[in-house]
Design a protein around this ligand. Structure first.
Ligand code: HEM
Length: 161
């Protein structure tokens, strides 16, 4: 049986990018069951779901790109959360990752107002899921479907219990 994380992502091929889940999945879940305190933070980073836009107020340069007043700029928080210059092994889900200054909730003055509630909900969801459904696997060859756009996430993840 191969355990899969309860959230998934079209950018990750679990069989090739994240051998820790595939080769040795159960210690990871055991760690989660024992209340790994930083796991939810890593899920937020690896599966960041929100991208937003800003309207440029005045001419300037972002990185190497010039922007003009009125331009629309996408804040690709999920991409920033996988920045290899910031995160070691950025495409791996490392549930006890301790250096984890992700931007899944944005940054600066508009940073998410509900982040504490979101963290609480996520921890409770993981705890309740693992308490009631401790063993599960992704249905082989099943289609995971996704909501796309500014707020992305899985719509259907067929699992076998
Ligand atoms: C995992 C769940 C959540 C994620 C990933 C998330 C992410 C974000 C992000 C990326 C922003 C934009 C930051 C920016 O514009 O720079 C944002 C803004 C915001 N979020 Fe969340 N959010 C979550 C849950 C919640 C919840 C549960 C609430 C309220 C109960 C909430 C309320 C808000 C509000 C009010 C803003 C606007 C803040 C502002 O513009 O000043 N969010 N969130």
């Amino acid at each position: 049986m191969t355990a899969v994380p309860p959230v998934n992502d079209w950018t990750i091929d679990w069989d090739h990018h994240d051998p820790q889940w595939v080769d040795n999945p159960f210690p990871i879940w055991d760690e989660l069951r024992s209340g790994c305190p930083v796991a939810h933070t890593e899920f937020l980073r690896a599966f960041a779901s929100v991208s937003l836009w800003r309207t440029v107020a005045q001419h300037g340069t972002i990185g190497e790109t010039d922007v003009e007043e009125g331009d629309t700029v996408m804040m690709a928080f999920p991409a920033a959360c996988r920045d290899p210059d910031v995160f070691e092994n950025a495409d791996q889900v490392i549930i006890d990752r301790h250096l984890n200054r992700h931007v899944a909730f944005g940054a600066g003055i508009h940073r998410c107002l509900g982040s504490d509630l979101a963290r609480l909900e996520l921890n409770i969801a993981i705890e309740i899921w693992l308490r009631h459904l401790p063993m599960f696997e992704l249905v082989p060859s099943a289609d995971v479907t996704w909501a796309e756009g500014a707020i992305r996430g899985p719509r259907a993840i067929p699992v076998r219990l």
